[in-house]
Design a protein around this ligand. Structure first.
Ligand SMILES: Cc1cc2nc3c(=O)[nH]c(=O)nc-3n(C[C@H](O)[C@H](O)[C@H](O)COP(=O)(O)O)c2cc1C
Length: 444
């Protein structure tokens, strides 16, 4: 393989899976799609094997701790997202069925305590031999708040204030043990060296956590930390503590702007900008020909009910009621306080640039939310990825497979070989830990 891209700087690729695995809202209805991924572990073994054969960096399990829309179950009977395995439990089991692929999951800072998270992900890092990643988003949906004794979410800025302190506590707890703290000395009876286990004694605004953690230092030094979002708060927090930032960017200009902001912020904090990997989402429909790819998209698109799509778009905007707006009218600029997949600007822009009505924007959002979407042949997809990668928009991508296992299989068997032939993507895993695979600085 001859390439101007050094191995340490090759593209990083994650696959985003949640609930049943199908990213498209109606993906489960496709004749080939898996329908029982929400509780059939065997499916996940197959998904992981496919992603690992494609040499992807990591399998990422997104999560919500609620049935979203659960107030009106009759209205969401077409949603496959009502059934999902708890992600860390799932990944702990998957660790035994995989060797190289990173295993990352969301645990939202609004609904956990830092000690639980530090302990769970340090354990996963041990169990998987150094392949754990924690997506430390703030979460979530109104329905999640209601499952945790609250009526509403905290405002965005309060959620991030708590999240920042939360992450500091988790990272502090992960430093409890020095690498050689455990002595296991049967002769002297000394199991550990007390000078090498540190008590955190954190007393902050949101948390009082004494420590130390009761799990030893994990194989990666600490698990990989991921932050997902797009706001200033995400940039500030991600550039401070994250190894990886997942983000939704609908087009090249927006992605470049976000990428630049993250890298500048990291530099200002004295971090090597290469140590924060920015990975925008990519929804893709790939075929051997463009017509075949378009047919794959249309097969899903035609099933979408516009009213249903408009309601879903209201949720993506943070809990906005769009029922009074004309689906044939323009996309309105609105946003609410619940989880926002992005500000209203992105959807307004998608509408304006494509000359789409509110209804058409909503239907596209069913396939890609506000992520970038590519429909094309192998060269189209590889060209798109290379263009973003080489032009300051992405260090890699978070793949959003509309239909499982088809979309992931298409990607791994058609696009990965092309990226490898261009020298943009690995042909073998670089190491056994996720940190090594991502090309991040090693920690002891
Ligand atoms: C790729 C990606 C994955 C995400 N995964 C989750 C998730 O699993 N659970 C969750 O509650 N939010 C998730 N989010 C939402 C973010 O946490 C965030 O709320 C949203 O992107 C809005 O960003 P902001 O908070 O920076 O405005 C994800 C976002 C992105 C872009």
């Amino acid at each position: 393989m001859c390439s101007d891209v050094s191995p340490a700087k090759r593209m990083n690729l994650a696959v985003f899976l949640t609930a049943d695995g199908n990213y498209h809202h109606l993906g489960w209805r496709h004749p080939d799609a898996v329908v029982d991924g929400g509780s059939n572990f065997q499916r996940w073994i197959e998904f992981a094997a496919m992603a690992e054969a494609g040499k992807l960096d990591m399998l990422f399990v997104a999560d919500q701790i609620a049935i979203v829309g659960g107030d009106e179950l009759e209205a969401i009977t077409n949603s496959s997202k009502v059934n999902r395995l708890e992600p860390v439990t799932l990944l702990s089991a998957l660790a035994s069925h995989t060797r190289n692929i990173g295993l990352a999951a969301t645990c939202a800072t609004s609904y956990w305590e830092p000690y639980n998270i530090a302990r769970m992900f340090a354990s996963l890092d041990h169990i998987s031999g150094g392949r754990a990643g924690w997506n430390c988003v703030t979460g979530g949906q109104l329905e999640e708040a209601q499952n945790f004794s609250r009526e509403r979410h905290e405002p965005h800025e309060v959620r991030y204030e708590r999240a920042n302190e939360f992450a500091d506590v988790v990272m502090g707890l992960w430093n409890s043990f020095e690498p050689d703290a455990l002595l296991y000395n049967k002769a002297t009876g000394q199991f550990f060296d007390p000078a090498k286990i540190h008590t955190l004694n954190h007393r902050g605004k949101h948390f009082q956590v004494k420590g130390p953690l009761n799990v030893s230092r994990s194989p990666q030094g600490r698990p990989i930390v991921i932050q997902a979002g797009g706001s200033d708060a995400t940039v500030a927090m991600g550039s401070r503590i994250a190894d990886v930032i997942f983000t939704a960017q609908a087009d090249l200009a927006a992605a470049q702007e976000f990428y630049g902001r993250v890298k500048d912020a990291a530099r200002r904090r004295g971090r090597d900008p290469d140590s924060v990997k920015v990975m925008p989402g990519l929804s893709l429909f790939v075929g051997r020909t463009r017509d075949e790819a378009r047919a794959k998209f249309d097969a899903l698109h035609h099933m979408v009910d516009v009213r249903d799509a408009v309601e879903g778009l209201g949720r993506l905007l943070g809990g906005v009621d769009l029922s009074g707006y004309d689906p044939d009218g323009p996309m309105p600029a609105l946003e609410g306080n619940d989880l926002r997949m992005s500000g209203p600007g992105t959807f307004v822009r998608i509408g304006r640039e494509n000359n789409y009505t509110l209804g058409q924007v909503a239907v596209q959002a069913k396939a890609a939310r506000n992520h970038c979407m590519v429909i094309g042949d192998v060269m189209d997809v590889a060209n798109h990825m290379e263009h973003w990668f080489r032009n300051g928009a992405a260090d890699g991508f978070n793949l959003l497979p509309a239909i499982m296992p088809n979309t992931l299989r298409d990607f791994c068997t058609m696009v990965v070989p092309e990226l490898q032939a261009r020298g943009l993507f690995r042909t073998e895993y670089e190491g056994t830990t996720l940190r090594q695979v991502l090309g991040l600085p090693q920690m002891v």
